[in-house]
Design a protein around this ligand. Structure first.
Ligand code: GRF
Length: 189
């Protein structure tokens, strides 16, 4: 078994999470899947792999600071070193950021700084550009503004549908995220 323990945060499908689970040589142990959505398909993917899940309802807490403090406690109990966001649809607040400074990473479906925020794929189609891509970056207090770790281009064929482009982007994401995770873990020694 590997030794570095990591958590993945996902609000939705979890295809990137699945790609990490399927990666042959992931240099860490994914020991926790955190979700803010009780019906997120990512949760069942975790269960199918015997990975612990933590599902929380942000509305059940007085503030972001309160639910992030709860998360920090649970992450510490599990000795989590890195947090990888994979379709986690919440802005990480200063409480969690400070506790895991430089160790929270996100994947975004555009070549940042182009098309930050929601529906980056739709934004790219709307803008009529010929290429978009995937960015993996550290999280900071902004929306998709943290230091970039890796980027890969994806071309946009003429008249492609949003679903078609999403598929092209996902294919790249599923290769790139496990690769970058390994680089980060290995760079720590
Ligand atoms: C990915 O496209 C990722 O870049 C973005 O959210 C999407 C999550 O997809 N942050 P999935 O849940 O991993 O399938």
């Amino acid at each position: 078994m590997n030794q570095v323990r990591v958590a993945v945060f996902a609000s939705g499908t979890g295809s990137n999470f699945q790609a990490m689970l399927d990666a042959e040589n992931l240099a860490c142990d994914i020991v926790l899947l955190v979700s803010d959505k009780p019906n997120a398909p990512a949760i069942n993917k975790a269960k199918a792999h015997g990975i612990a899940t933590l599902v929380f309802d942000p509305k059940g807490f007085p503030s972001k600071q309160d639910y992030e403090s709860m998360l920090i406690e649970k992450l510490r109990v599990k000795s989590i070193r890195w947090i990888f966001l994979a379709g986690y649809m919440r802005i990480v607040g200063p409480t969690l950021l400070k506790a895991f400074e430089g160790r929270i990473v996100n994947i975004h479906p555009s070549l940042l700084p182009a098309f930050p925020g929601k529906d980056a794929i739709g934004q790219a189609i709307e803008a009529g550009v010929k290429k978009t891509g995937v960015t993996i970056h550290f999280i900071d207090e902004g929306i998709d503004t943290g230091p970039i770790i890796a980027q890969e281009e994806v071309s946009i064929p003429p008249a492609v549908s949003k679903e078609g482009l999403a598929q092209r982007i996902h294919r790249v994401e599923h290769q790139l995220y496990p690769k970058v995770i390994n680089q980060l873990i290995q760079s720590e020694g």
